[in-house]
Design a protein. Sequence first.
Length: 418
Amino acid sequence: MSLKAPQLKHLVEVITRMTAFDRPADAVLSAYFRENTKLGAQDRHLIAETAFACLRRHAMMSALCAPHPTSRKLALATLVRVRGMNLRELEDADLSKAELAWIAELKGKAPELDLAGQTELPAWVIERLGTDNEDDIRALAKGLMESAPLDLRVNTLKMKRDAVLESLRAGGFEAEPTPFSPIGIRMKGKPALNRHPLFLEGAFEIQDEGSQLLGLIIGARRGEMVVDFCAGAGGKTLLLGAQMASTGRLYAFDVSEKRLANLKPRLARSGLSNVHPQLIAHENDARIKRLAGKVDRVLVDAPCSGLGTLRRNPDLKFRQSPASVDRLSAMQASILESAARLVKVGGRLVYATCSVLPQENRAVVNAFLDAHPEFELVPMNTLLAEHKIALDTGNFLEMAPHKHNTDGFFAAALTRKA
C-alpha cells in the first residue's frame, strides 16, 4: 500500500474537522464523503481507518508531534506509527525533505506519558471508573482502543441463523456464529452489506453482540404489551418484535423525530406489524401515563455518555466531561422513574446503558431500588441461563471489549413485586 498526495490532503482535512470535536466524528466523515463523491472505496477506507486510528491514539500522536501537533503531522504520525507505513510507501505523498527527516526520527521516538496518556483515557474518566487497579484500567483501555468487529443480528421471523451463515459463506464472506448471542453472526473484516439481498429482505440487521444480549434479556413473549422507552433508531425494538413473533403490542417511544424516522425503513424490511412508534415530548408525556401499570416488559436503554462505545466513537472521550455525565445521570434517574410506572405487577423492567462508568450504571439502579421497595433485582446470571447464554457476569450484565469483544454495556433487570 502506498500513499498518494491527494489521499494525504483529504486525510489531513478530515482530521482537522474531526479534531474540532464539535460534532460526532462519524457525522464529519459522512459529510466529507458526500462532499467528495469522486473518492474511491480504497481512498475512503484509508481515510476512515487512519482518521479514527488518530482519534483512538490521540494522546500518543499529539506527544509524538509536540510541540506543534498540526493535522498534517498527526496524519503522518498515525500512518507511520499506528498503520505501519514505511518511507518507501510514502514516496508518492509529495513530502518535503524536512518531513521525511522527521518521519525517519519518528520511528524510534518514545514520549513519556502519564496513565491518562498511556491508556488514551481522560484523567476524569479513569477517576470515575471506580477502580484503583491499574492493570484493570489498562486492560479496559486497550480493549477500547481496538477496532470493533462487525456483528449481525439474524431476524428470526424471516430466517434461521444457520441459513443466513450458509448463504453469506456461499457468497464468499467469512462469518462465524457470535460466542454469546444465539441469533448473532460475526463477520471477518468490514464488508459493506447494506446492498446485500438478505439485508434488503430484512433477514439481518447490523447490531453489536452486546446490544443483542440486552434485547434478549427483556424476554418479550408472544401477545404481550412491551415498551422500548428510548427506542432511538430501533435496533432493539426490532429484536423485541421478533421475540414477540410480531404479535401483541410493542411501543417504540423516543423524543427525537429524526431517530424515529430512521426506524421506518428498518421496520419496513423487518416484516413486523406489531410495532407502534410514538414521538414523545419528554419522559412524563401524557401518552406514557395512559399505559401506567399495564405493561409486561419495559426496556430503558437510557441516553448515556457512550463511553463503552469508544472503539466505534473514539471522539466521545473528548466530547463528554464530568459535567455532562452529571447531567446525564440525573436524566437517567428521571427516565427510569418514569418508565417504572408503566410496569405491571410481575412485569420486568430492564435498565441499560453503553457506558462503563458506575455513576451511570449501578449507582442509578441502586438509588432507584432504595427508593422503590416494590421492585427487586433479578440476578442477571439467572436470566442469561434461561436463554442458554454461556455467560455469567453476576447480578448485572456488564460487558466489556477486553473480556467479551463487545462494546461496553451495562444492564440490570428488575421485577415489580405484588
